[in-house]
Design a protein. Sequence first.
Length: 646
Amino acid sequence: MLSYPTQRRKKMVFDMSSLNDEQREAVQATDGAVLVVAGAGTGKTKVLISRIAHIVSSGLCSLDEILAVTFTNKAAREMLERATVLLREAEIYMESANRPWIGTFHSLCLRMIRPLHEQFHRSANFSIVDANDQLMIIKKIMHDIGCDDKKYPPKSMTFHINRWKDQYQSVESAKKNVQKFSSEEMASKIYAHYQDTLHSLDAIDFGDILMYCLDVFKYNGDILEEYQNKFKYIMIDEYQDTNLSQYLWIKMLSQGHGNICCVGDDDQAIYSWRGADVGNILKFEGSFNGAKVIRLGKNYRSTGNILKTASTLISNNSMRMQKSFWTDEESGLPVIIKTLRNAVEEAQFVASLIVNKHKNGTTLSEMAILVRATFQTRAFEERLLSMGVPYTVIGGIRFYERKEVKDAVAYLRLTINPNDGIAFERIVNLPRRGIGSTTMAKFYDIAREQGISIPQAARQLSRKLDDFFRLLDEWREMIDSSKSVKDVMERILKESGYIAMLKESRNLEDESRLETLDELLNSMNDFSSPAEFLDYVGLVLDHTSAAIQDRVVISTIHAAKGLEYRTVFIPGFEENIIPHQRSVMEKGELGVEEERRLCYVAITRAKKEAYITLCNTRNTYGQSGWNYVKPSRFLQNMPKGSVRIL
């Protein structure tokens, strides 16, 4: 039963006075399929949350009948927070039972399939393996079947398997579409073993979340129809970044009512290496009958010169939707193009500008250095360190990827799911319990012979682990008694001996690990159950850091998408860096166009100032000495009236 049964009858007031004409049109277009083509800085998030407020305040549906999909947990949180504010202004209040379904593809699909675990032969407490676990499993499979990991690198095998899942290809379909004696053929064989291993471990990976959700819908028409009827309105953010599996999921869910609104910008499609297909947005009108396309052209972020530079650059792409951009902002400063002798001078030039601008009142966190390749960061880091300028690197080791955190999470996973073989193997000897590789091999043999999980085999075979399994059983009883997540984890870390192991160590790094575990325990106060916490850890994708002081941001262009800064520096505007050599070699003109989109994304991160730098010589990719390099071909796409060459 709905929490607010009167919402469909009672219309409330939602103020649209802050929306421009195009935004208002997009918000009010509630019938059928709508594609909102939203260029950088045109207010796409505002349109999405305004649609939610308008739909609910107009009595078209209840809050929990709206499905809104984002690509990151951070974006989902922001959307929910901003929607809450708008809804309160319209005198509509959310309760936990009546919230819109707002989240990432993976979090929403996981929410759908966890109660249906028997459909894909898992227990209710099945685990989600991360990228590191996935690679570890594939390495072991390759070792077991005698596969040469030099001829067939495990990371390459993992890449193929993940791409097949992005394309909704099962083991059988993958095998049918590979060439004999190719790397893909070997990957397809490993794919079969890998899926069997995940089954034996009572686990799934990220790709499986969508695959199994699609399978459930495909083979259970009643379940699909239930969700089609439930969600009266579907909204998709960053539609240009969707892959085939995500497209199929969207298509299935929207077939009932057809009320789907996708927001995106083909000019910001920069994730093909991750399986994204820009064709999804380019072919929207052919995919959804009667689709309406609304273009947002007014930019609220950048000055005229920055916007014109980016727009002129991207207009050279042939595979794009036609659109125009404008701004009420003044022309502002021209985009600066500066050539330096080498990477050292490039870093000196950028760092000196940062220091001068900071002295003149620009906060460090409003300035960003956006690089195309990670090797570029070293020179800037060294220079900023030498000048005493604090900085942060987006894309460093994330909190939940730190060893001590992954160890603690593995303990909790094994406590909840006694068949979690990956978690067992990770922590069975932390602290040491006399379990070496030979013993682990015996566990695997017993598990295979008897068709049981690795932990079950260990219970049968090893008396050394009696106390370990006794503790696991006690912790599991503690969870069942509804103790807080923090209390459970605190007891696990103490009684397992993990805390004592770190305290007894003389390694300074282990002292830091103890501080990290303290922070982990504090973070667990936000979760109502261990299962909720583990699902969050399994799904978290965003880079999150503790509250930091004023710092310059160093980031890859890919990681900077969706962010904005007052001043942006884009170094390495040279052939083989931007456009990147690998992208051009592998994809030809398609690669060049995606690289041009990357430039567009980088330039449009800037609000007031943009600096493009390049070098005459550079030491790259392990080469010795300085080598002459060519300026990027994209410099020819720059409008003369909006740039200045120093």
